[in-house]
Design a protein around this ligand. Structure first.
Ligand code: PLP
Length: 344
């Protein structure tokens, strides 16, 4: 079967995750995360982020983002985010509807916020007519495949805190970012107050975790998760997935492979005429400008989305199960189509 380059969500579930699910599928245990196994795994996940951190498993990434926002924002407050942020473009208004807050999107050259970009959005503080920024939300890796360096995070975090803002990280692809940077998951999220820690895009069946670095927020989370309909009664099955994720650094092996496949694809595709990277390939996504007349024939052979139809820019996602032959097969089709085009 040909692999899709449509999304890291198009991948199946890693076999080690299924094994972990099977292992916990025995006997009766207390529900809602009150069993000793789930408590232990939640502690292990939290420990990745620091001594004070606590972890709350949820079903999906949109919920992790919404719950994070609900934990810290009042209805008159706003969230500064990149225009390209998933919370702004791909969550059907879930943050606005469920958290009752306004998003304050900022155009960025590469999907990343900087202290200067955030500061430009701080006008009107103290003015009762204006939404009051409270939270800055960034994505690691970003939606356009770029990665914040630890230094960039440090500067952004210091600037946010100096302005009385909290920093949230949408870490749907945090594993991929950590792998690129060659640092731990905690370091790839350093300086943040809340993290939506992703697993589903990197080999889990369905599992994300909200991480908070403040015990007061942890108390809020307990209630907000339930009220947001994300408290699993059979929580051991979410815990088991994260257990597998951390065992023998499965998260890293999966992310490293996905990123390597993206590098192979990225380096291969720019050799063809009219293909040019829109942003550097720093995680598991390749964003490439491509000849408009090749979009349809290429999409007939491989599934992928256009990030921007007007240019056009293709978004090619790799995942833990993308095989080298998938990438080489894709490049061979590009080669064939490009060759036919040049001859014409
Ligand atoms: C950056 C980012 N954040 C969050 C999500 C979470 O989405 P979902 O609610 O589909 O799990 C996604 C999924 O595409 C994403 O790309």
């Amino acid at each position: 079967m040909r692999r899709s380059f449509g999304s890291d969500n198009h991948a199946g579930v890693h076999p080690a995750v299924f094994d972990a699910l099977r292992r916990v599928n025995d006997g009766d245990v207390p529900a809602y995360g009150h069993d000793a196994y789930t408590v232990g795994v939640a502690r292990k996940v939290a420990a990745l982020f620091g001594k004070k951190a606590e972890a709350f498993f949820v079903f999906n990434g949109t919920a992790a983002n919404v719950i994070s926002i609900r934990a810290v924002c009042r209805p008159h407050q706003g969230i500064i985010c990149a225009e390209t942020a998933h919370i702004n473009t791909d969550e059907c208004g879930a943050p606005e509807w469920n958290a009752g807050v306004k998003l304050l999107p900022v155009p960025t050259p590469d999907g990343k916020l900087t202290p200067a970009l955030v500061e430009r959005r701080l006008g009107g503080r103290g003015d009762e007519h204006r939404t009051q920024p409270r939270l800055v939300s960034i994505s690691q890796a970003t939606e356009v495949g770029t990665v914040y360096t630890p230094n960039e995070l440090k500067e952004l975090s210091a600037s946010c805190h100096a302005h009385g803002l909290l920093l949230h990280m949408d870490g749907a692809r945090l594993s991929n970012a950590a792998s690129t940077l060659g640092v731990s998951i905690g370091e790839a999220a350093a300086g943040t107050d809340l993290v939506s820690f992703g697993g589903t895009k990197n080999g889990l069946m369905a599992g994300e975790a909200v991480i908070v670095n403040d015990p007061a927020l942890a108390t809020e989370l307990l209630f907000l998760r339930k009220q947001s309909m994300q408290l699993s009664s059979k929580m051991r099955y979410l815990a088991a997935q994260f257990d597998a994720f951390l065992t023998d650094d499965l998260w890293l092996a999966n992310a490293r492979h996905a990123n390597a496949m993206a590098q192979l694809l990225s380096k291969g595709i720019v050799r063809f005429p009219g293909f040019e990277l829109a942003w550097p390939t720093q995680a598991n996504g390749v964003f490439v400008r491509m000849p408009a007349d090749l979009v349809e024939p290429l999409q007939k052979e491989y599934f992928f989305y256009l990030w921007d139809e007007t240019v056009p820019i293709a978004r090619l996602m790799c995942h833990f199960n993308t095989a080298e032959e998938d990438v080489r097969g894709f490049l061979a089709v590009v080669d064939r189509l490009s060759g036919a085009r040049t001859v014409r």
